[in-house]
Design a protein around this ligand. Structure first.
Ligand code: GRF
Length: 203
């Protein structure tokens, strides 16, 4: 199973995927990592693991359509089975999303449908939520709105800062994203009619 991982920053989820592949817990290969930010630390992580690391700077494009076309071309040249958004902080055009429908997954740091978009940890704290978490979902044209595959919950403690809470959530991210990818690799997971299906059962 060939995975193309898209990142914008640190790449801790990318690292978890790399580590799970090395430990033979995930039967897959990363055929390339693409970042829209040239200085993303995740590109260094990829290089250190001997993985093709591509910087595709969105600042070099004057429209979202133009960027997404270039991104699509890079991805197609890598010939992946799945495209894994791992801290990729850009909204994708419907054309791009539809091109890769069923092959695109994202990890979002909230218990969707709660808190789509940014600053999810801060919102959970401000709203006094007792629990928070992370979701892995198929990507559809609706932002953070595609069918959820798995969620992991964490408690929110009274004196938590957004950073404390993000750390607690990210520990779960590093656990569940490789798990979901192992389901792809085993042919157990797909999207049918905008629904996530695992082992022929709707999630
Ligand atoms: C993660 O919290 C992810 O859920 C969010 O961005 C962060 C990326 O972290 N979308 P990393 O780059 O994988 O370390």
């Amino acid at each position: 199973t060939r995975l193309c991982v898209l990142i914008s920053g640190n790449g801790s989820n990318l690292q978890a995927i790399i580590d799970n592949i090395s430990a033979e817990k995930l039967d897959a290969e990363i055929c390339g990592v693409i970042s829209n930010r040239p200085n993303a630390y995740g590109l260094t992580r990829a290089q250190e693991a001997g993985i093709t690391a591509i910087s595709l700077d969105h600042m070099q494009h004057d429209s979202r359509e133009s960027y997404d076309k270039a991104l699509q071309a890079e991805i197609e040249s890598l010939n992946p089975d799945y495209i894994v958004l791992a801290g990729f902080m850009r909204i994708l055009t419907p054309e791009f999303v539809n091109t890769f429908s069923g092959k695109l997954v994202n990890i979002h740091p909230s218990l969707l449908p709660k808190y789509k978009g940014l600053n999810t940890h801060q919102q959970a704290i401000v709203n006094g939520d007792e629990e928070h978490g992370v979701s892995v979902h198929f990507v559809t044209p609706e932002l953070d709105g595609g069918p959820v595959i798995i969620q992991s919950r964490v408690p929110v403690f009274e004196d938590d800062t957004a950073v404390d809470l993000a750390d607690r959530v990210q520990e779960q991210e590093r656990r569940i994203y490789p798990l979901v990818l192992s389901w792809f690799s085993a042919g157990r997971l797909k999207m049918v009619n905008n629904k996530a299906i695992l082992d022929e059962q709707e999630l």
